[in-house]
Design a binder for this molecule. Structure first.
Ligand SMILES: NC(=O)c1ccc[n+]([C@@H]2O[C@H](COP(=O)([O-])OP(=O)(O)OC[C@H]3O[C@@H](n4cnc5c(N)ncnc54)[C@H](OP(=O)(O)O)[C@@H]3O)[C@@H](O)[C@H]2O)c1
Length: 331
């Protein structure tokens, strides 16, 4: 086992977080019980904020970036894991309070590891990554609420061409729902049709402020945009429908009223992936294993080296990334 390897490290430079590739040794890693050799990580919106320095994601510096990782256990002081186990980590404070996945090796708390489902290779698991696993949490939240219909009513996905959006479209369509995609990129319609979207809404149509109760259209929705878009989606959801809200790509505010909730029994279902308990994670990965078509997953994925992260961080924050980006860990 090599003792020196590359990692994308975020450091304090003149009072600002700055990311660059550094050489680390095993002695630099935190003293957690499981040493993992990482083959792949991924790019998520939050990684874009952390790597570009445009969002204060790391709560202490220096910090190794990357909220996701997939790899193989090399050494374990925990009974839960042994050398050779294939594992993934999504969230659990990686890149915030815990060193993350943009590194050839990382030491991880045993309770933060999830067994890689047999259905996926490490690369596929990172093509899913936090964005895809969050999409699965959203679909489970909607189905648990129980008020989206398989036939008839449309299920809306906002931010559809992004990571959470792409996997949500593919999962919902595979499960028999009539999926409408909201996107600001008309050139992504063919891509989204292949994933299973059957109709489109221009994202501008949802981003203007409008009335608190509008014409009922959506049987359910997955929203990764927030702000006025989420307010309009709630106002257009049918009696008894549910909206799973997980993101803020359009803003963290929510200029809405209680009317859809108290007059139409509409549920606003908050979804967090970072601290989700193990049982919710297992259910999400089970749903992905059952419902996500591997060919569609490949169609929505590009693979990039760690050195491309600064460019990719700017791209994802500018809404220019389509689908999912896997980061191949090298060096
Ligand atoms: N709650 C959680 O645990 C959790 C987990 C994962 C992600 N998230 C959040 O979910 C959001 C999406 O993450 P992601 O990784 O999927 O990012 P992403 O790949 O960048 O997708 C975001 C999509 O939102 C749309 N968008 C971007 N800027 C917008 C704007 N100003 N107004 C309206 N739409 C806009 C774009 O879709 P179109 O081009 O199709 O319009 C973009 O592709 C982020 O806010 C992220 O922080 C939360």
């Amino acid at each position: 086992m090599t003792n020196s390897f590359n990692a994308m490290v975020i450091e304090d430079v003149d009072g600002k977080p700055k990311a660059s590739i550094k050489t680390l040794s095993l002695n630099d890693l935190p003293d957690h019980d499981v040493l993992v050799e990482i083959s792949h990580s991924s790019l998520n919106y939050k990684d874009g904020l952390a790597i570009s320095g445009k969002g204060r994601i790391a709560r202490r510096l220096p910090m190794v970036g990357g909220i996701d990782l997939a790899g193989t256990v090399v050494e374990s002081r925990s009974d839960l894991w042994k050398a050779g186990d294939r594992v993934v980590v999504n969230g659990w404070g990686l890149s915030e309070t815990e060193w993350g996945g943009y590194s050839r090796f990382q030491r991880i708390k045993p309770e933060h590891l999830t067994r890689l489902p047999d259905a996926f290779t490490p690369e596929q698991s990172m093509a899913i990554g936090t964005a895809g696993y969050t999409a699965a949490l959203c679909v489970n939240a909607l189905e648990d609420w129980g008020m989206i219909e398989k036939q008839g009513r449309e299920v809306l996905v906002t931010g559809a061409a992004g990571g959470v959006g792409s996997v949500s479209v593919a999962l919902l369509a595979a499960r028999g729902y009539n999926v409408t995609a909201s996107t600001g990129r008309p050139d992504s319609h063919d891509y989204l049709s292949k994933l299973g979207a059957s109709a489109f809404v221009d994202r501008a149509a949802l981003s203007e402020k409008a009335g608190p109760l509008q014409k009922e259209r959506w049987g359910g929705a997955v929203d990764s945009v927030g702000s006025t878009t989420l307010a309009n989606v709630l106002a257009q959801t049918v009696y008894g429908g549910g909206v799973a809200a997980c993101g803020l790509a359009g803003g963290a505010d929510l200029p809405a009223t209680v009317l859809p909730h108290i007059l139409r029994n509409v549920a606003l279902l908050g979804v967090d992936s970072v601290m989700a308990p193990a049982n919710k994670r297992e259910r999400a990965w089970k749903l992905l294993a059952e419902s996500l078509d591997h060919k569609l997953l490949a169609d929505m994925t590009t693979v990039e080296p760690m050195s491309a992260l600064p460019r990719l961080a700017d791209d994802i924050l500018a809404g220019k990334t389509q689908g999912r980006v896997v980061i191949k860990i090298d060096g």
